[in-house]
Ligand binder design. Sequence first.
Ligand code: NAG
Ligand code: NAG
Ligand code: NAG
Ligand code: NAG
Ligand code: NAG
Ligand code: NAG
Length: 510
Amino acid sequence: MQVSVAPFLFAILCLFGISRASQHNAPHFSVNNEKGRGRTLPKKDNSLVTPVVVNINFQQSLGTITSHFVGVTIDTGAVEHNWATLDFSSKKVQTLARALVPTFFRLGGTSADAMTYVLDTGRDHSDHSTIMAPAKPGFNMTAEQWVTINEFVQTVGWDFIFDFNALKRNADGSWNPDNARQLLQFSADRNYTIAGFEMGNEYNLFKRMYNTTLSPSQLAKDVASLQSLLSEFPKYYGSFIIGPETAGSPADYFETFLAAGGSKVVRAASFHHYYFAGADRILSHFTNVKIMDSFKHQVDSVFNQTRSVDPLLPVWLSETSSAYNGGALGQSDRFVAGFLWLDKLGVASSKGIQTVIRQDFYGGNYALVDIDLNPNPDFWLTVLYKRIVRGAVFNATGRHDVRVYAACANTDNFKAGSLVLYMLNPNNYSVTFDMTQLDHMPRQRYTLTAGDSDGLVSKFVSLNGKKLELVNDELPDLKPEMAPSGLETVAPYSYTFLVFEEARVSICLH
Ligand SMILES: *[C@@H]1O[C@H](CO)[C@@H](O)[C@H](O)[C@H]1NC(C)=O
Ligand SMILES: *[C@@H]1O[C@H](CO)[C@@H](O)[C@H](O)[C@H]1NC(C)=O
Ligand SMILES: *[C@@H]1O[C@H](CO)[C@@H](O)[C@H](O)[C@H]1NC(C)=O
Ligand SMILES: *[C@@H]1O[C@H](CO)[C@@H](O)[C@H](O)[C@H]1NC(C)=O
Ligand SMILES: *[C@@H]1O[C@H](CO)[C@@H](O)[C@H](O)[C@H]1NC(C)=O
Ligand SMILES: *[C@@H]1O[C@H](CO)[C@@H](O)[C@H](O)[C@H]1NC(C)=O
């Protein structure tokens, strides 16, 4: 699913005033004073012990992290399995789901295309369509299943995005909206709120998945029919559509869809990304900075293609995880998965992607919640990210072997003007950071390390040395430790969020 590399053309240059912190401190903390301050630590291997000098450009933001930046999916395959062990009435599941709010929730995936909605609408809307999937049988979603997911979504406060059955086709190859109309009627009758819709999943893989094809220009026509279908329902007239939902962004599909009229219908150009196949199961992939960088190249290609059609269209990463085909067993659901996940959030936000939807909340080896309905390490990381990071994103310099990201801190939980710096150390040695403009400030520190002696493949994660677990099915307090000013050392195989409430970054004050 990795596609071509392209230069990155897009940056939002928001030229606001520079931060008070950097204004005030720039003369005292200029970049080249590292040697003067005698900061090189006395160890043998200089390549490892020299502090990483971090400089942040507070003058412009690269993008904005909104309240809905991180979302979650459940794969439509879960409907096929009648939700497996996922008990939507469980208080624990509802607690875990609520901890992610506000969030988009996507119900979609490969099997969405072959799903028939068997609903009694009590009206005469007949469905004349059939599933055009020679290589795979279709399956039904019952009214009960649809009611269950909608009631759950309403109960926990998720913002629903639903993926329609693109394989419902007329003889002339166009999408047949009969069954979708039945679903919308049924939903409108019950006043279900659905924020957005998609038309199918990863059509560029249809040959492999379903032994059929759907051209990007046909898909552009189909999303236009979906738009007119939505306009039949006052309840869904204002819901958005995203697309083309490609696996990666092959130009002959992604860009061609947008250019063929798709860009005029969709609220965001959407694509999917995975780094490697679940079956690979190579642990070192998860801490490999070259693999982290492969995502950057993918995003550059997506923006290049989107911008060549529409200079303003937002870009969403609407389904993503570490490894495709269900994730890597014993890796994608362990502590080690957090390196690729946190780096992906850093890269996506720095490159201006508006929304990143994690595959998945439940199901497969990459879930935030395991089959026993307990949180995996990435659940905690995702909750922390949502609580800590929100607002403008800044360019932070780092070093080839580590990753450093800077953004405004979430003003729901921190003083306006606060800055968060998050750094990943995916190495087996510790790394010291000299944060030049920030070294003189105390900070609140959230350090995540493996939760037990299983290390990278631990099923648990510790926050500031304390293993995170539910307490009586409730989340514990996720408190930072107060840390003094100075350089910051990040332990091997760990990642840390530092919140500087005294930073008073002007872009973060507004
Ligand atoms: C990126 O866009 C530029 C300008 O539209 C084009 O020249 C270049 O070939 C594109 N690169 C890729 C990899 O798509
Ligand atoms: C795929 O479809 C073609 C005809 O379009 C057919 O000849 C072939 O047998 C099909 N393959 C499978 C695996 O169903
Ligand atoms: C789906 O529902 C239809 C109509 O109720 C029924 O005829 C069909 O057998 C069902 N298919 C499956 C796979 O259950
Ligand atoms: C339908 O849902 C909307 C949005 O949630 C709400 O404002 C409205 O009151 C509901 N209408 C009825 C009849 O329940
Ligand atoms: C971020 O800063 C680095 C170092 O100054 C620079 O090379 C890079 O182009 C900047 N990135 C963006 C997106 O501005
Ligand atoms: C760290 O990893 C390198 C190679 O990745 C290895 O050569 C070295 O022995 C490891 N060091 C420790 C302390 O585990």
